[in-house]
Design a binder for this molecule. Structure first.
Ligand SMILES: Cc1cc2nc3c(=O)[nH]c(=O)nc-3n(C[C@H](O)[C@H](O)[C@H](O)COP(=O)(O)OP(=O)(O)OC[C@H]3O[C@@H](n4cnc5c(N)ncnc54)[C@H](O)[C@@H]3O)c2cc1C
Length: 454
């Protein structure tokens, strides 16, 4: 008997579908380490092929899973069984730079860093900078509405999306601004439509930077300092919190002179024109002197690069720490951050879990990482209990389950904590309008939990 996927490949004989185990396994993962199943992987290099694949797949009711670089932390790109993974890695053209309108048009498979490298010599930059920017694609960034260290000053991805060329589940191509239905695509995790290309807002590169690490022994003092600085009109582009355990771990991986591993840190960058940067730096300097905070400052571009390498090494250095990294990214009102860090550390201690906290604290976004071992059933149960306690408390505090990593398959079972039954139904209804056959990234976000390995 011919399966639906075989029927699809027979109808599209001029497009190569890779069915070997190598492809099905390699494209079955994302950064969560969860593995899903699929029947084939396909690499369209042109919008017409993408359109035909979607059109035939929806006619045959074959599930499709669009995949950028697979760096997602919530399982959004992990396939759910029968179906085809559509990789965007061949859709990698920077189409047009419009200097007058501060816009650049890109295909969805362009890697964020490739765009930054292209823009830099022209004197521009694209503000959203997820820590995965060297690998993750702009399509994946839009689908997850990615944030990053610079989000405190510049905001997250949605703010920079001007127009999208996107495909419906039946393969119809539409070019639209974010005023119509396409407004729902950023952050929809590939469940409502497929992004082919985007015109993105860009900005002139800042004239100057100041990059520093501030430290103290007490997390609460550090969080209070962040809140007080903001109240006093301090407006850095980056304000990142790194707890002492995380700093200990990252400095094993990438050490720098003067780092005290017993302290917690704020990673701060100020950017803009020279006068603004200097006056903001004076404000910070004065604050640190009065409050007796230690500082490590970058004096040139080389030292700035070293501090950024240290920041970007956090996730890889933690990943070396344990077999399974459970990575939550709750977002909270700023005034709750100090309390939240104390709660997280106490709750992890009670459950005997190895926990690391860091994140975009200027933005209220904390990354809570539990290093565990998926083969240790008891530890996994304790981790699940911890996550449930964390999410329950975060919602009570007026926060959300995800600041930037999305819901995917790792958090969809907790959505009822956040949304009422009518809100959940409304979201399912929207999905039904966009994707009546239910073939576009099924099992994700507000749909039922998908089974995976690992
Ligand atoms: C080390 C590390 C650091 C990270 N740091 C950050 C950070 O600072 N900020 C942040 O926000 N995230 C961060 N992430 C998470 C992740 O990198 C982002 O979610 C990123 O946007 C995913 O991009 P991707 O290309 O890897 O997408 P994938 O993981 O391949 O896919 C993610 C989702 O997007 C959908 N999708 C992909 N392309 C398309 C398309 N063309 N059309 C429609 N849907 C599509 C997929 O179906 C899936 O649901 C980090 C991850 C890692 C591993």
């Amino acid at each position: 008997m011919t399966t639906k996927v075989e029927a699809l490949t027979l109808r599209l004989r001029d497009i190569t579908f890779f069915t070997q185990a190598f492809y099905r396994i390699s494209y079955g993962y994302d950064a969560t380490g969860r593995r899903g199943e699929c029947n084939a992987v396909v690499f369209p290099a042109h919008i017409d092929d993408l359109s035909r694949i979607l059109h035939e797949a929806s006619r045959l009711e074959v599930p499709v899973y669009v995949r950028g670089a697979g760096t997602g932390f919530s399982g959004g790109a992990v396939p759910g069984g029968e179906g085809v993974v559509i990789s965007t890695e061949k859709l990698r053209r920077i189409i047009h730079l419009d200097r007058d309108n501060y816009e650049v048009e890109v295909e969805c498979g362009v890697v964020n860093q490739e765009l930054q490298d292209y823009l830099e010599p022209h004197g521009y930059f694209y503000p959203p900078d997820p820590a995965s920017m060297k690998v993750s694609t702009l399509g994946g960034n839009i689908a997850e509405n990615a944030g990053g260290p610079r989000a405190y000053k510049y905001g997250v991805t949605r703010r920079y999306v001007r127009t999208l060329v996107w495909l419906s589940t039946r393969g119809e191509v539409t070019k639209s601004s974010l005023e119509g239905p396409a407004a729902l695509l950023p952050g929809a995790e590939g469940t409502l439509g497929v992004i082919y290309s985007a015109s993105l807002g860009i900005l002139p590169s800042p004239e100057a930077y100041r990059t520093l690490l501030l430290s103290t022994q007490s997390d609460k003092r550090l969080m209070d300092a962040a809140a007080e600085l903001i109240r006093r009109g301090f407006c850095p582009s980056v304000m990142e919190y790194i707890d002492s355990k995380t700093m200990h771990c990252v400095s094993d991986y990438r050490d720098i002179k003067g780092l005290d591993r017993s302290r917690s840190y704020l990673f701060v960058e100020i950017d803009g024109n020279r006068e603004v940067v200097e006056s903001q730096h004076r404000l910070l300097d004065d604050f640190c002197r009065r409050k007796d905070f230690s500082r490590i400052a970058a004096h040139d571009e080389g030292e700035r690069g070293i501090l950024w390498d240290l920041r970007r090494a956090i996730s890889p250095s933690l990943a070396r720490r344990g077999i399974t990294k459970v990575n939550e990214d709750v977002a909270l009102p700023l005034g709750r951050l100090g309390e939240a860090v104390s709660f997280i550390q106490a709750a992890a201690g009670d459950l005997d879990l190895d926990c690391y906290v860091f994140g975009h604290c200027g933005d209220g976004n904390l990354h809570v990482n539990i290093m565990t071992d998926r083969r240790n059933r008891r530890e996994i149960e304790r981790t699940e209990l911890f996550v449930e306690r964390l999410f329950t408390r975060v919602v009570e505090w007026g926060g959300t389950l995800s600041g930037e990593h999305g819901i995917g398959i790792t958090k969809n079972r907790y959505l009822e904590l956040l949304f009422s039954p009518p809100e959940m139904q409304l979201q399912r209804d929207v999905k039904g309008v966009f994707d009546p056959e239910g073939v576009l990234n099924p099992g994700k976000y507000f749909e039922r939990k998908q089974e995976t390995r690992g």
